[in-house]
Design a binder for this molecule. Structure first.
Ligand code: UDP
Length: 359
């Protein structure tokens, strides 16, 4: 079994080193782009590697011309890309991966293979250069186990005949690989199991219940609650999640290697639909959609997903706790502002991206 002894020194020094950028794989994604902005604001140099399969350069529009940002449009699953990026990096936040329940349900093989391969290649390259890694894992690894989910528990990703467990196992396997490299080479590693994260720039295309409900409410379309709506999730604001990731990377002398990161406030999906409708003033009907109409046979929707955050709180002295009503209000006001803006000219491609794309 890999030794999961946590690194005694911080993965990310507080004093930025311009010669050793922080590598963010998946940095053009929803969480990644917020992390990139935070790291730049803290003075770090940042290297984004993203193949734009789910991320968008538009997510980085606010910092695209930042002098300390470099963007490489390429897949981190390509060994030469991972090797070159890790050779210069001071540390890696590995966020790249295919996500979204709808994608997972419709192309499980592709999602498993992509995630596993990207993690395998990146982690090997990082270990070869002794480059510390904060690995973004997922609450999916807990499957439908009893709540609250504790990091020390055995995982329950489910049967191989089910469709969802493959994604969970690919995530769990990435954790094992990261910890295996740590044991074999001494490369410092932390694992953050991310729970439901919401906020600006999250798209509704591949599942993601909150942006879907907001879009439906604002369009006056039916708000689609799957199943009976009694299933629960805990929603954390992306800014609080990013703050926790950076906090973990900057912490030294941590007692543990694996951390749940999210909110512990549990909300039923049916309640979320009511909240969105009430706060938006929408007259959309809330409709119940049987699982069989949206998911293939054998796809399990975890009935409850709640993290135990004791480790996170012990490490950082805080945890994501922004009230959901406040998050919904922020997203509604942002969506309304966007809708009120005149149609923008397509933005010119940032110079950093054009240059970096030739890497
Ligand atoms: N969900 C829903 N209506 C939608 C999309 C999702 O009721 O239009 C439910 C989904 O079945 C799950 C929860 O919302 O119980 C969260 O789904 P999401 O896709 O955001 O992520 P998950 O937590 O399942 O990974």
């Amino acid at each position: 079994m890999p030794n999961s002894k946590s690194p005694s020194r911080a993965l990310l020094p507080r004093a930025a080193d311009p010669a050793r950028p922080v590598l963010v794989t998946g940095g053009a994604g929803f969480i990644g782009s917020h992390l990139v902005e935070t790291l730049l604001a803290a003075g770090h140099a940042v290297h984004v590697v993203d193949d734009l399969s789910t991320g968008k350069l538009a997510h980085l529009a606010a910092v695209a011309r930042h002098p300390r940002l470099r963007i490489t449009v390429a897949s981190i699953a390509e060994p030469q890309v991972a090797e070159a990026a890790c050779a210069t990096a001071g540390m890696v936040f590995h966020l790249a991966g295919a996500v979204g329940v709808q994608r997972l349900a419709s192309e499980p093989l592709h999602v498993m293979q992509r995630n596993l391969r990207a993690s395998d290649v990146l982690l090997a390259a990082a270990a070869a250069h002794r480059c510390p890694v904060l690995l973004a894992s997922s609450s999916e690894v807990y499957g439908d186990g009893p709540v609250p989910f504790r990091e020390s528990e055995s995982l329950r990703p489910g049967s191989t005949e089910g469709l969802r467990g493959g994604y969970a196992c690919a995530k769990a396997m990435a954790e094992w690989l990261a910890l295996g490299h740590q044991q074999a080479t001494g490369t410092p590693v932390l694992v953050a199991r991310l729970f439901n994260t919401v906020g600006p720039r999250q798209v509704a295309d591949h599942g993601m219940v909150l942006p879907r409900f907001l879009r439906q409410a604002l369009a006056g379309a039916p708000i689609t609650v799957y199943g009976d709506g009694a299933q629960t999730r805990c929603f954390a604001h992306v800014a609080d999640v990013v703050q926790a990731l950076v906090g973990l990377a900057q912490a030294s002398g941590l007692e543990h290697t694996v951390f749940n990161v999210g909110s512990r406030v549990e909300t039923a999906v049916g309640e979320l639909a009511e909240l969105v409708r009430a706060q938006s003033g929408s007259r959309s009907p809330i409709v119940r959609v049987p699982y069989a109409q949206v998911f293939p046979h054998g796809f399990v929707d975890p009935p409850r997903r709640v993290p135990c955050l004791d480790r996170l709180r012990a490490a950082l002295g805080r945890e994501p706790a922004r009230p959901l009503a406040q998050i919904v209000a922020e997203l509604l006001s942002e969506a309304r502002n966007r809708a009120a803006e005149p149609a923008a000219e397509p933005a010119a491609e940032p110079a950093t991206v054009r240059a970096a794309a030739c890497d």
